[in-house]
Write a protein that binds this ligand. Structure first.
Ligand code: ATP
Ligand code: MG
Length: 139
């Protein structure tokens, strides 16, 4: 298996609900290494650019509003098969369909307010990690 990097975001719903610690703990328990981490409130422009792939979707403007409603925690993760592994820890997009014990099942509210983000492929990760972390910030 390949060593990969992936971008994780603890979304505004999970930050506001006080789940930062539990989610970081699940990241560490999954054996994913944290290369960099920061808390910030995304600007509208950052959220629009980050989710540009979804620009044509009916949920795009609502998603941008959600992602900018409060601070998020951004994490660059590394590990064997990290992209898929982190998505398994997150669970399916819709918390109602996510497996027991996954982050989205535990902390998600609905298909939009689903607690966390993860890159979905090596191509996406290579856009998303540098979007928030210059190489010099990855430890
Ligand atoms: P993410 O990219 O956040 O890790 P994902 O890859 O599981 O999630 P995507 O299809 O990329 O899901 O959708 C991006 C985000 O847009 C979702 O995480 C969710 O917050 C929101 N979203 C997706 N589908 C819907 C929908 N049908 N209605 C409302 N919001 C949605
Ligand atoms: Mg996605």
């Amino acid at each position: 298996m390949a060593i990969e990097r992936t971008l994780a975001i603890i979304k505004p719903d999970a930050v506001a609900a006080g789940h930062i610690g539990e989610i970081i703990s699940m990241i560490e328990q999954a054996g994913l290494r944290i290369l960099a981490m920061k808390m910030k409130r995304l600007s509208r422009r950052e959220a629009e650019e980050f989710y540009a792939v979804h620009r044509a979707k009916p949920f795009y403007s609502s998603l941008v509003a959600f992602m900018t409603e409060g601070p998020v925690v951004l994490l660059a993760l590394e590990g064997d098969n990290a992209i898929q592994r982190w998505r398994e820890v997150m669970g399916k997009t819709n918390p109602a369909e996510a497996a027991e014990g996954t982050i989205r099942r535990r902390f998600g509210t609905n298909i939009e307010r689903n607690a966390v983000h993860g890159s979905d492929s090596p191509e996406t990760a290579s856009f998303e990690v540098p979007f928030f972390f210059p190489t010099a910030e990855l430890l």
